[in-house]
Ligand binder design. Structure first.
Ligand code: UDP
Ligand code: MN
Length: 262
């Protein structure tokens, strides 16, 4: 695409949509994704799970990846999945790594437009924190009692990392090193991302408010009419709790809207 920017504009195919899931959620959560945003990003979306499932393997056209990580909700299991997500993105050669949970709704066309504002050959960490101040922890790097503070993007709201930044993260995050770092700081996968990017690499999180997580109140999600629904969907790049959202919104509208803006 020709443009006024000094870099090539991101297209849908430049994005690696990475969805974390677990075997017991395939039937409930993946089905909802298949009926909504997946239709717009079939070839670009990969699901990272913890068991073999030939039925969903076929439905995703072979994009259901068994990480062989444990199927529990503990830090180690979740970091193990994130580590495989990251490595698979690196192998894909794509320009953007965008992580989501399996209960996220992703506004695919809007996300493409958002990423077009940033050069993937520069370092970008785009997402939204769910805390009001940077997270403070004790620096375990040097056995000191010194405190460090950093921001992280909430995983459940979705976040994106440019290829340039991902390459710089490799010494800390690729080939299982992500798991070792999370073990050292004893914090969850999304926090570990923030630690690697903000503290170890000294790159800043760019806050994008349209990434929404389940930690935000759902009352804004109660639109009365179709115009409100369109407005809400238009403003979101991602939103939490797709099953709950579909209770409020007409499922047909969610899809219809996506197709409208392409
Ligand atoms: N998840 C997982 N293993 C589990 C439980 C959950 O990988 O044992 C994944 C789940 O598929 C989702 C994310 O972790 O992508 C967050 O899970 P959930 O939405 O159930 O919990 P939340 O943290 O949002 O309350
Ligand atoms: Mn959730």
């Amino acid at each position: 695409i020709e443009n006024n920017f000094s870099y090539p504009l991101t297209e849908l195919n430049d994005i690696f949509f990475s969805v974390k899931t677990t075997k017991i959620y395939h039937a409930s959560r993946l089905d909802v994704i298949f009926r909504t945003w997946f239709i717009l990003a079939r070839d670009q979306t990969f699901f990272f799970t913890d068991g073999d499932d030939s039925f969903y393997q076929a439905k995703t056209n072979g994009h259901l990846i068994n990480t062989n990580c444990s199927s529990s909700h503990n830090r180690k299991a979740l970091c193990c999945k994130m580590s495989v997500e990251f490595d698979t993105f690196l192998e894909s050669g794509k320009k953007w790594f965008c992580h989501f949970d399996d209960d996220n709704y992703v506004n695919v066309p809007r996300l493409v437009k958002l990423l077009q504002m940033y050069n993937p050959q520069e370092d970008w960490y785009l997402g939204k924190p769910s805390i009001r101040a940077p997270l403070e922890i004790l620096n375990r790097e040097k056995n000191s009692r010194q405190k460090i503070a950093f921001w992280f993007a909430t995983g459940g709201a979705g976040f994106c990392i440019s290829r340039a930044l991902a390459l710089k993260m490799m010494p800390f995050a690729s080939g299982g090193k992500f798991i070792s770092i999370s073990e050292k700081i004893r914090l969850p996968d999304d926090v570990t991302m923030g630690y690697i990017i903000e503290f170890l690499l000294k790159k800043k999180l760019t806050v994008v408010h349209q990434f929404h997580s389940h930690l935000e109140p759902m009352k804004i999600m109660k639109p009365e009419n179709y115009q409100d629904q369109v407005r809400i969907l238009f403003n979101f790049f991602s939103c939490c709790h797709l099953p709950r959202m579909l209770k409020y919104l007409n499922c047909k509208h969610v899809l219809y809207f996506n197709i409208l803006v392409i």
